[in-house]
Structures are given as C-alpha cells and as structure tokens.
Design a protein around this ligand. Structure first.
Ligand SMILES: CCCCCCCCCCCCCCCC(=O)SCCNC(=O)CCNC(=O)[C@H](O)C(C)(C)COP(=O)(O)OP(=O)(O)OC[C@H]1O[C@@H](n2cnc3c(N)ncnc32)[C@H](O)[C@@H]1OP(=O)(O)O
Length: 177
C-alpha cells in the first residue's frame, strides 16, 4: 500500500524524507528530548564518556525558558522527569542495547530553575546477570540534574529493559502503517 505523502509530519511521526528503511536514529529524529527535527522538543545534546565501561556517563549542558515552566520561575515536574529519562536512556546506545524505560523513580530535591545553566547527567549503575550467568536484559541507570557547582536538584533511578530486535522491527512496522 502506498503512503499518503500529503499527511502532515506530526501525524506520520517520521519525516517524508526518511521513507524507506529508516534507522532507529532517524526514527528518533522527532524525539521530544533530543530530536533535532522536533520544533517543540528540548533539543538536548549529550556527550558520552565510555572510558570506564563499568561507569558510562552521558552529560548535557542545557537551559530552559518559560515554555517549560511549572512553579513560577522553575521547570515543570513532568519536564524534569523527561530530562532525567532522556539522560538515562542515552546510556543504552554506548552499552550496545536498544532499551525502553520500564520503571523510574524521582527525588525532586530542590526546585529546578529556568534561565540558569544546568547540567544533566546519566550514569550507568548495573546490568545484573541472569541466573545462568549470561548478561541480563535489565539495565539500571541513574540520572541527575545539577547546578554548575554540583548541587543536585533532582535525581532518578531507572530500569531499562532491552528490546528484542525482532520485536522492535515488528513495532516499527506497526508505526509505519
Ligand atoms: C515501537 C517500539 C519502539 C522501540 C524503540 C526503543 C529504542 C529507542 C528509544 C529511544 C527513545 C528513548 C526515550 C527515553 C526512554 C523512554 O521514555 S522509552 C518510553 C517509555 N517506556 C515505554 O513506553 C515502555 C513501555 N513498556 C513496555 O513496552 C514493556 O513493559 C517493556 C519495557 C518492553 C518490558 O516488557 P516485558 O519484556 O514484558 O518486561 P516485564 O516482564 O514487564 O519486566 C521486565 C523485568 O523488569 C522487572 N521489573 C519491573 N518493574 C520493576 C521494578 N520496579 N523494579 C525492579 N524490577 C522490575 C520485572 O519483574 C521483569 O523481571 P524478570 O521477570 O524478567 O526477571
């Protein structure tokens, strides 16, 4: 069945230019957290440090304005959650896994200010082995939003589950129709 190329992009979720066989990165082009093609996204850009494979990190320097306000002068709590989720999810690629958030918990320690430079950090914590000793599919990560002086404003712990590539392909096929 041929595709209706007259539909607006927000209904298709994938830009017309990516028709064919888009990679997962191309599919993520509209990701609310990091997709460069999402005009309403956060446009977060992360640098990953894999020098210690046991403690991979992903770091992003960012600043938000009133578009994302919750308490006056401060970032909305749901956006704080999205920021932390994004930071943790950025650890999956350097770990060579496609994974989705299964569970996350957040400590909102201090209100997170708008119009201030902030640091968002994801840290890989552990990947427990299965009972038979083979690598498990659960990835535990931590996220933090900090002031530049290191003061932690919000902290998360997340469980990400590796997605079977065959199921992923089926999922992507579903979103194509
Ligand atoms: C269309 C497809 C596109 C895919 C593309 C993906 C890649 C590219 C993403 C890029 C974008 C990223 C963006 C940011 C990251 C998001 O935000 S991802 C979006 C939010 N997340 C979701 O939508 C996920 C929705 N959930 C699901 O699809 C399914 O639950 C999952 C995650 C695939 C897991 O399903 P499942 O395989 O049935 O796993 P389930 O048995 O429920 O739980 C797995 C294990 O975790 C354990 N567990 C559950 N909760 C807990 C807990 N609180 N504590 C400890 N253990 C727990 C369970 O007991 C279980 O353990 P075992 O029995 O295996 O020992």
């Amino acid at each position: 069945m041929s595709k209706d190329t007259t539909l607006p992009d927000n209904a298709r979720h994938t830009p017309i230019s990516m028709d064919g066989n888009p990679t997962i990165d191309e599919r993520a082009n509209h990701c609310f957290g990091c997709g460069p093609a999402n005009p309403q996204g956060l446009h977060l850009h992360f640098t990953t440090d894999t020098s210690n494979p046991q403690a991979i990190t992903a770091t992003c320097h960012f600043q938000l304005d009133r578009m994302h306000e919750g308490p006056p002068g401060h970032i909305h709590g749901g956006i704080v959650a999205a920021l932390l989720d994004e930071a943790m999810s950025k650890l999956n690629r350097p770990l060579n896994v496609l994974a989705m958030t299964r569970h996350m918990e957040i400590d909102y320690l201090r209100p997170v200010p708008l119009y201030k430079p902030l640091v968002l950090i994801g840290r890989h914590l552990s990947r427990p082995a299965k009972a038979d000793g083979t690598p498990g599919r659960k990835f535990f990560h931590q996220g933090e939003i900090q002031l530049p002086d290191g003061t932690v404003l919000a902290r998360s712990k997340g469980l990400f589950i590796a997605i079977d590539e065959k199921l992923l392909a089926a999922g992507l096929a579903q979103t194509e129709t």
